[in-house]
Write a protein that binds this ligand. Structure first.
Ligand SMILES: [Zn+2]
Ligand SMILES: [Zn+2]
Length: 202
């Protein structure tokens, strides 16, 4: 059994993409064989105007099944956005936990095309004709699905003041609202005192 062998080094593919994995070797092994990889600080452009504030890092596990592979990931990154309450920049942490079966396009032993079984979802991810797993596409899809609808700059963002549009920082208040008659009298008294203080003395 080679399932327990560590495979810390990433196989280098022709494109040099650290999110492309050549799995021909794993496909030649029996079901149950597995590979584990580390993904370190890989830049990903999720498209659609989304911007990641951190590259993607974490772990990838590929498990040989009877039909293909199960790709399991625990990757982390963060996405930039605008706070839904106060419009300040908001950064949302994302954890990409895929567990997805990917089927071969070509039988690694015979070289024959692998047809999808009857009733198989045509959207099922497939390996390339060269037995490569394109994890980048799966990661981008996962990021799109997790894009927060209403990101917040902080969990208890107070939002904007309906009156002046400024962010409701602690202590935000307006001098002219709401007016209690007793406070109004006090304010008039203070204004008079201020005016007296402004009088030139002597
Ligand atoms: Zn906010
Ligand atoms: Zn205000």
């Amino acid at each position: 059994m080679s399932a327990g062998d560590p495979h810390p080094s990433h196989p280098v593919d022709a494109h040099g993409d650290p999110l492309t994995f050549n799995v021909a070797g794993l496909l030649a092994e029996p079901a149950g064989a597995a590979r584990e990889y580390r993904v370190e600080d890989v830049a990903v452009d999720p498209g659609d105007g989304m911007v990641l504030t951190r590259p993607v890092s974490g772990g990838v596990r590929l498990l040989r099944t009877n039909r293909g592979l199960v790709v399991a990931t625990d990757l982390r990154t963060a996405i930039a956005g605008e706070c839904a309450r106060c419009l300040r920049p908001a950064v949302t942490e994302l954890r990409i936990r895929l567990e997805e079966e990917v089927l071969p396009s070509i039988d690694v032993l015979t070289g024959a095309p692998v047809e999808l079984a009857e009733g198989e979802d045509p959207e099922t991810p497939r390996l390339s004709d060269h037995h490569e797993l394109d994890l980048r596409t799966l990661v981008v899809e996962a990021i799109s699905l997790q894009e927060p609808i209403a990101p917040l700059c902080e969990p208890d963002c107070p939002g904007l003041c309906e009156e002046c549009g400024a962010r409701l920082e602690p202590g935000h208040a307006h001098g002219d609202a709401p007016i209690d008659p007793r406070l109004e009298a006090l304010r008039a008294f203070r204004s008079a005192a201020d005016a007296d203080a402004d009088e030139p003395t002597g």
